[in-house]
Write a protein that binds this ligand. Structure first.
Ligand SMILES: *Cc1c(COP(=O)(O)O)cnc(C)c1O
Length: 372
């Protein structure tokens, strides 16, 4: 079945729900046992499993073409679970441009547990190869990356990981499974902040992992999820499953609008650089074409000048909202360096744009009046 169909039907099991076409929210934390002590509904306790979470996980696995999925309370809870699945002293190779939180927990939490890591420019396969050590167990990929939209070759890095006896995990939050399906290119594990495009309306926080195989790693991650307890609420699972029904059509709109906005920005005299993998001049364009069906709704620009000039543009927009996060129906703009703080590697003149589903002419008019 095609993605649009899976997004609507996968996990929407109607049996036992009084013929309701849309599933109810199962708020109960506990489930009744039969006289013989068995669990006729298949559920015991809501931290371990819940009907809404199970429906969501079934759907997420289908969207990414995986064997199994696990839902978490946030993207960072999913990210943390992957690090927790490693053994003390394991070595991780991570990209120089990636979601800020991944580096923060690697350094401040897992460093204390002996996790070692190397940071490389993952667009350069020689750098990845040179960073491999005997104890390398994980290569972390984020493509297109945050906030510079660098493109990593998933198939090539997965092959390097497997040669080294390591896993390749891809943070697929930005492209969503509509634009990119990393498991089909050889990755072992996909991570999502479902807070973003999958949720799509900036009203829920969630995370997910999708695995190519339901093997030993899956069992370990399931233990971390069920006993670590960073699980999403039944309401959030229900809301997310509901949002996913429109994901393929929302993402098509985000991509269409981002392409139009990018074309406007690329010609603007106050814009020094536009970072969007759909542009033929983008250094990762050829790789992006191979592994992405569309180029997503996220882009960054560097305005002429520094932090002051960039913050002034963000302060002048009227339709875009100046706020962090992404993937909602409303357009957002953010001066990334100031939200990341002094440890940020992000250029001071960079603005990150999450292109929403408002009419693209209105978005372009807003940027036109905000740019000097
Ligand atoms: C937002 C984001 C995360 C973190 O997810 P939360 O849901 O905020 O915990 C991780 N990776 C990427 C690429 C993100 O955009």
């Amino acid at each position: 079945m095609q993605l649009e169909t899976l997004a609507i039907h996968s996990g929407n099991d109607r049996t036992g729900d009084r013929s309701a076409v849309m599933p109810p929210i199962h708020l109960s934390t506990t489930f009744e046992r039969s006289a013989d002590g068995s669990y006729p509904g298949g559920f015991v306790y809501s931290r371990s499993d819940n009907p809404n979470r199970q429906a969501l996980e079934t759907c997420l696995a289908a969207l990414e073409g995986g064997a199994a999925a696990l839902a978490f309370a946030s993207g960072m809870a999913a990210n943390t679970a992957v690090f927790q699945a490693l053994a003390a002293g394991d070595h991780v190779i991570a990209p120089d441009d990636a979601y800020f939180g991944a580096g923060k927990v690697a350094h401040e939490v897992f460093g204390r547990w002996g996790m070692q890591y190397a940071i490389v420019d993952m667009t350069d396969l020689d750098q990845v190869r040179a960073a491999v050590r005997p104890n390398t167990r994980l290569i972390w990929v984020e493509t297109p990356s945050n906030p510079l939209l660098k493109v990593t070759d998933i198939a090539a890095v997965s092959a390097l990981a497997h040669e080294a006896g390591a896993l390749c995990v891809v943070d697929n939050t930005w492209p969503s499974p509509v634009c990119q399906q990393p498991l089909a290119h050889g990755a072992d594990l996909v991570m999502h902040s479902t807070t973003k495009y999958l949720g799509g309306h900036s009203d829920l926080t969630g995370g997910a992992l999708v695995l190519r195989e339901a093997g030993e790693l899956y069992a370990r991650l399931r233990t971390i999820q069920q006993w670590g307890g960073a699980v999403p609420s039944p309401f959030d699972c229900w809301l997310l499953r509901r949002s996913i029904s429109t994901l393929p059509y929302r993402v098509k709109g985000h991509c269409d609008h981002a392409e139009l906005v990018t074309r406007f920005l690329a010609d603007h005299p106050a814009v020094e650089a536009v970072h969007y993998p759909g542009l033929t001049g983008h250094p990762g364009h050829a790789v992006a074409r191979r592994q992405m069906s569309r180029f997503g709704g996220m882009l960054s620009i560097q305005v002429k000048g520094g932090a002051t000039e960039a913050l002034a543009v963000a302060g002048r927009v009227k339709l875009f909202t100046q706020a962090t996060s992404l993937g909602g129906v409303e357009s957002l703009i953010e001066h990334r360096a100031s939200v990341e703080g002094p440890a940020s590697r992000t250029p001071q003149n960079l603005l990150r744009l999450s292109i929403g589903l408002e009419h693209p002419d209105d978005l372009i008019a807003d940027l036109a009046q905000a740019l000097p």
